[in-house]
Design a protein around this ligand. Structure first.
Ligand code: NAD
Ligand code: MG
Length: 390
């Protein structure tokens, strides 16, 4: 039996992972599940999957979790240290599906333990790409991408020589505001930004799709994961979200990955890798779909893409600072303190002020430095938000 753990099991990726595992439960020994506020779901799943331990990230919810697990053999735990302890339990395959930089430490710990890390948490590579890849190498294990675009690139590269790769194209649906007049964007509401035209995902990544901060993170993720130069990576707006990525080779060929907008494909691919097993996803009827459309991304509409290029050129801890500023700006938008279009301004200001983050942008990539850079960038972003809200 394969020992598996799922961090962020109560979220959108976590639930899709559980859906696949439940279909073949006898094949898996579930070690740990983790969530935060949705204690009921965390406990229900932990009992149904007979996990060894269920962890809530929120220490104050420990008693609630114990109550929900009463009468079962699942152990309850809470807080950051408990998350790390759970990630340190031996497992063969670990799904990293916590949202935000909070997913970094458990992921690194699982790699140090020698688990294969299925990586949905894109922030891990954005904040600490080099460190995470080195950790995987040092422990003779691997990362498997669980972002639709990166899974697609990974699949298009199977059997190929990286030296023959000319460019990598990741597609973007364009999110909720791809067709809005530019001058209306500043008035976009939280509800409008939280409605994705194609994908059903957690709220934070859905808003990041509307602002293209999600694609910005994915550009950086592509550079880190596939070790390609920034000028080899392109974003292509493809409103149908059926082609997830394309790889261009030096002979002019483009290999595209086509599939339905269903994350169970990328999750299932990582779960069963290197074999391909049957997956319960829609089979596309291309004749019925008729046509696909494409357009170039508009950097006026989506300034996040330009910011990602700055981060890719700068490297070092720029990704950690960028992500922390972005998470703080997103909190500011969700709580109604800043406007939708202010998010990019906040991130741009924090990136431009090296002294506010103690010059860490060029510091060595250790976990301590990443954590400090993240902390200082959140403070700097909070200060910028305060100037905007008066
Ligand atoms: P979600 O909001 O639906 O779920 C997030 C999970 O993380 C939940 O289990 C929640 O309890 C947990 N969590 C939240 N804050 C936490 C904290 N501070 N500490 C520990 N746990 C915490 O998010 P999602 O849409 O499933 O996305 C998860 C990750 O996968 C994100 O990094 C996202 O960018 C990435 N991703 C998601 C999709 C998708 O289709 N949903 C696609 C590609 C990549
Ligand atoms: Mg994606």
């Amino acid at each position: 039996m394969r020992r598996v753990s799922i961090f962020g099991s109560t979220g959108s990726i976590g639930q899709n992972t559980i859906d696949l595992i439940k279909r073949d439960l006898d094949a898996y020994d579930v070690v740990a599940l983790s969530g935060a506020q949705n204690i009921k779901l965390l406990a229900e799943d932990a009992i149904a999957l007979n996990a060894d331990v269920a962890v809530t990230a929120d220490k104050r919810r420990l008693q609630d979790l114990k109550d929900a697990l009463a009468g079962s053999s699942v152990k309850a735990a809470a807080g950051q240290a408990a998350l790390i302890e759970a990630a340190d339990r031996p497992a063969d395959w670990v799904m990293s599906a916590i949202v935000g930089a909070a997913g970094l430490a458990p992921g690194i710990c699982a790699l140090e333990r020698g688990a294969t890390l299925a990586l949905a948490n894109k922030e891990t590579l954005v904040c600490a790409g080099q460190l995470v890849l080195e950790t995987a190498k040092a422990n003779d294990t691997r990362l498997l991408p669980v972002d639709s675009e990166h899974s697609a690139v990974f699949q298009a590269l199977i059997g190929e020589d990286m030296a023959a790769v000319e460019r990598v194209i990741i597609t973007a649906s364009g999110g909720a505001f791809r067709d809005w007049p530019l001058d209306k964007l500043q008035d976009a509401t939280l509800d409008q930004a939280s409605a994705h035209p194609n994908w059903d995902m957690g709220q934070r990544i859905t808003i990041d799709s509307a602002s293209m901060f999600n694609k910005a993170l994915e550009l950086i993720e592509t550079r880190e994961y596939f070790d390609v130069e920034p000028d080899q990576i392109e974003v292509l707006v493809h409103p149908e979200s059926m082609i997830h990525a394309l790889v261009g080779f030096r002979d002019g060929a483009l290999m595209a990955h086509v599939g339905p907008a269903d994350m169970r494909h990328a999750i299932g691919f990582a779960l069963h890798y290197p074999t391909r097993k049957h997956l319960p996803v829609e089979r596309l009827d291309l004749a019925k779909l008729g046509s696909f459309s494409f357009r170039a991304p508009d950097e006026l509409r989506w300034p996040a893409l330009r910011l990602a290029r700055e981060v890719m050129d700068r490297r070092g801890l720029a990704g950690a600072i960028f992500n922390a500023a972005k998470e703080t700006a997103l909190d500011g938008f969700i709580s109604g303190r800043i406007r939708f279009t202010d998010m990019a301004d906040v991130v741009s200001e924090v990136l431009g002020r090296d002294k506010d983050t103690d010059g860490l942008i060029d510091a060595a990539m250790t976990l301590d430095n990443v954590v400090r850079a993240d902390h200082l960038a959140r403070m700097a972003a909070t200060a910028v938000i305060e100037t905007k809200t008066g």
